[in-house]
Design a protein around this ligand. Structure first.
Ligand SMILES: NC(=O)C1=CN([C@@H]2O[C@H](COP(=O)(O)OP(=O)(O)OC[C@H]3O[C@@H](n4cnc5c(N)ncnc54)[C@H](OP(=O)(O)O)[C@@H]3O)[C@@H](O)[C@H]2O)[C@@H](O)CC1
Ligand SMILES: [K+]
Length: 501
C-alpha cells in the first residue's frame, strides 16, 4: 500500500530524510528537480518554449533548479518570480546557481499577455507549504496561467490546492502534476481533477522506514497489494473449497443486470453459483449461464421470496432487483435470516435508503457498493469531498461493514476507519452494467473466503484493471460491461504472474 501522508507529515519526512540519510537539504531539492526533469524530457522536446513561475519557498526553489537543468538540456526557458514575505535558503541558493544562465524576471505587476508566448507553463509558486488562499499577484498570476493555451504542469502540487484540506480561491489548473514521492489526499477527489490533471508520482528517495511508521488512515492501492491478497490454488482443491454463492438479482426487463453479475461471480473464481431470479428469468438464465444453478421465484416479474439459505457461503443482491414492496419484504427476510456477510448494490441500496430500519439488520462484515447518487440517498448531501469522505467512514463504522464508493479512484472504507483508494480503471467504464459486474466479482471473491476488506480491495482493483485492459484492446469509447468480464481472466493473470498481458 502506498501510504498517503498529510502536509505536516511530509514536512517531517523531509526533515528526517535530510538528517538520517544524511543529505543536505539543497541536494534533496536537486534530486526532486532531477526527478521532475527526467519526467519532463521524456515527454517534451527542445522545440517547446518554457516559462517557469516560482514563489520564494522551496516549491519556487524547485522551479529554479528545474530551470537550470532544462537550460543544460538546451531548452528555451524563462523564469518568473513572485516574491512572498520570505525566501527559503534553498530558494536563495538555487537563484544564485541560476545567475547568468537563465533570464529571471521578478513580477511586480501583471500584463494580460505575460504568459501568452510560451508552449509550456510550469507552476512552482506554492507546493505543500501553502497555508491560505493565494491573493494579490499570486492569485492574478494563477488566473492568467489558467487562461493560457500552453500545456500547464504543476511541480508537486498545483498552486492554490491544499494537500489535505478544502481549498478556496484561485487554483492552478494543471494538465499534468508531477508530485514527489506519494500522491496527496486531495488528488484523489473528483472535484480536484480539473486542478491536478493527470498526475504521477516520482521517487525522490524520502526515508522509507519513516513513511512506514507514520499514522495514516489513507492508502493508495498498488498491484503488489493485490498479489499479496490473492491465494494460489492447490492441487487438491475442489469446488467446495471456493464457496457457494447465492445471487439474488433481476426483474422483468432487467435480467441483463443479473446475467452480468452472475457471469462475473463465476469469472471471479467461485466454486458454485446459484442465482435466484423471477420466473421470467428462468429461460434467459439457463440458456445464457449454463454454469449457474437456477432458483426460481414464484413471481413472474420480480423476486418475492428467498430460497433456503443454509448452503450458501455468501449472498450478493441488488442488480436489477427493482423495489416492489414484495421484493422489499424478501430483502428484509434475507437480512434477518442470513447472518454471514452480504454484498449489497443498486436496488438493495435504494431499498435501504427508503427503509432505514433495515440498515440495522445488515450483517457485520458486509460490503456495500454505492455510486455517488446511491450514497447520497443513504447519507444525505455533502458540501465537499472531504465531508463526503467523512460520511463514508462513518457509515462503514456504523454498519461494521466495508463501504465502497464507486467512481474514479473508487474509495473503500473499512469499519476500522481506514480508506483505500483504487489506482485502476478509466472513464470508458462509466457505462451501464459495470457496477453489476463489480457486485459479481465481490460476491465471487467473498465466497472464496477472503475477508470483506481484502475482497473489496482486490475486487475493485481487478475490476478496474480488467477495464484498463479492455480499454486498451477495444478503446474506452466502445468499452461495455461484458468486456470487463471478458478481460477479467487477463487481469487475474497479470496480477498472479501467470502471463504478461
Ligand atoms: N517534501 C519534500 O521532501 C521536499 C519538498 N520539496 C519542495 O518543497 C515544497 C514545500 O516547500 P515549502 O514548505 O517551502 O512551501 P511552499 O509551498 O514552497 O510555499 C511556502 C511559502 O509560501 C508562503 N505562503 C503560503 N501560502 C501562501 C499564500 N496563500 N500567499 C502567500 N504566501 C503564502 C509561506 O509563507 P508564510 O505562510 O510563512 O507566509 C512560505 O513562504 C514542496 O511542495 C516541494 O515542491 C523539494 O524541494 C524537496 C523535497
Ligand atoms: K506548484
Amino acid at each position: 500500500m502506498i501510504r498517503i501522508l498529510s502536509s505536516q507529515q511530509i514536512k517531517a519526512l523531509d526533515a528526517y530524510t535530510i538528517q538520517h540519510e544524511p543529505i543536505a537539504s539543497i541536494d534533496l531539492m536537486e534530486r526532486a528537480c532531477r526527478a521532475f526533469v527526467n519526467w519532463f524530457t521524456e515527454r517534451f522536446d527542445g522545440r517547446n518554449t518554457i516559462a517557469i513561475v516560482c514563489g520564494t519557498g522551496n516549491n519556487g526553489g524547485d522551479g529554479l533548479g528545474i530551470a537550470r537543468m532544462l537550460q543544460e538540456w538546451s531548452y528555451s526557458v524563462k523564469v518568473f518570480v513572485i516574491r512572498g514575505s520570505s525566501e527559503t535558503e534553498d530558494f536563495k541558493v538555487n537563484l544564485e546557481r541560476l545567475r547568468g544562465k537563465v533570464e529571471v524576471v521578478e513580477i511586480t505587476s501583471l500584463d494580460e499577455t505575460i504568459f501568452s508566448e510560451y508552449d509550456v507553463l510550469i507552476d512552482a509558486i506554492f507546493g505543500s507549504g501553502l497555508t491560505r488562499p493565494p491573493e494579490g499577484l499570486f492569485a492574478q498570476a494563477i488566473h492568467l496561467m489558467n487562461k493560457s493555451v500552453a500545456v500547464r504542469i504543476a511541480v508537486d502540487i498545483p498552486s492554490g490546492l491544499l494537500a489535505d484540506k478544502v481549498s478556496k480561491g484561485e487554483i492552478f489548473k494543471a494538465d499534468f502534476t508531477v508530485t514527489f514521492q506519494m500522491p496527496k489526499l486531495a488528488f484523489l477527489f473528483p472535484s480536484n481533477h480539473s486542478f491536478t490533471g493527470t498526475w504521477c508520482t516520482v521517487d525522490i528517495g524520502l526515508n522509507k522506514s519513516f513513511i512506514k511508521e507514520q499514522q495514516t488512515s489513507y492508502y493508495y492501492i498498488a498491484a503488489k497489494d493485490i498479489r499479496k491478497i490473492l491465494k494460489p490454488r492447490s492441487k487438491f482443491d475442489h469446488k467446495g473449497t471456493y464457496g457457494h454463492a447465492l445471487l439474488m438479482a433481476g426483474s422483468y426487463g432487467k435480467m441483463g443486470a443479473a446475467l452480468l453479475s452472475g457471469r462475473a461471480v463465476l469469472r471471479a473464481g467461485v466454486g458454485l453459483l446459484t442465482m435466484h431470479v423471477p420466473e421470467c428469468g428462468y429461460v434467459i438464465l439457463q440458456s445464457s449461464i449454463p454454469e449457474a444453478m437456477a432458483s426460481i421465484d414464484e413471481h413472474i416479474h420480480f423476486i418475492t421470496a428467498i430460497p433456503e439459505l443454509d448452503k450458501y457461503t455468501v449472498v450478493g443482491t441488488g442488480p436489477g432487483l427493482g423495489q416492489d414492496k414484495l421484493t422489499v419484504k424478501a430483502f428484509r427476510k434475507l437480512l434477518e435470516d442470513f447472518r454471514k456477510p452480504v454484498v449489497l448494490d443498486a436496488d438493495a441500496l435504494n431499498i435501504l435508503s427508503d427503509n432505514r430500519e433495515l440498515l440495522l439488520l445488515i450483517p457485520a462484515g458486509s460490503i456495500l457498493t454505492p455510486h455517488p447518487k446511491e450514497f447520497e440517498r443513504l447519507v444525505g448531501k455533502w458540501s465537499d469531498d472531504f465531508e463526503r469522505l467523512d460520511k463514508q467512514k462513518s457509515l462503514a463504522k456504523q454498519l461494521k461493514s466495508v463501504v465502497v464508493l464507486k467512481g474514479a479512484n473508487t474509495s473503500i472504507a473499512s469499519p476500522e476507519g481506514a480508506v483505500y483508494f483504487n489506482s485502476t480503471g478509466n472513464p470508458g467504464m462509466a457505462t451501464g452494467g459495470t457496477g453489476d459486474v463489480l457486485t459479481g466479482i465481490l460476491t465471487g471473491l467473498l465466497a472464496q473466503g477472503y475477508s470483506s476488506l481484502d475482497t473489496a480491495i482486490a475486487g475493485v482493483y481487478l475490476h478496474g484493471l480488467s477495464g484498463d485492459i479492455a480499454a486498451r484492446e477495444r478503446s474506452m469509447v466502445s468499452l461495455i460491461a461484458s468486456d470487463i468480464i471478458e478481460f477479467l481472466p487477463a487481469a487475474f493473470k497479470k496480477i498472479m504472474h501467470e502471463q504478461k498481458v
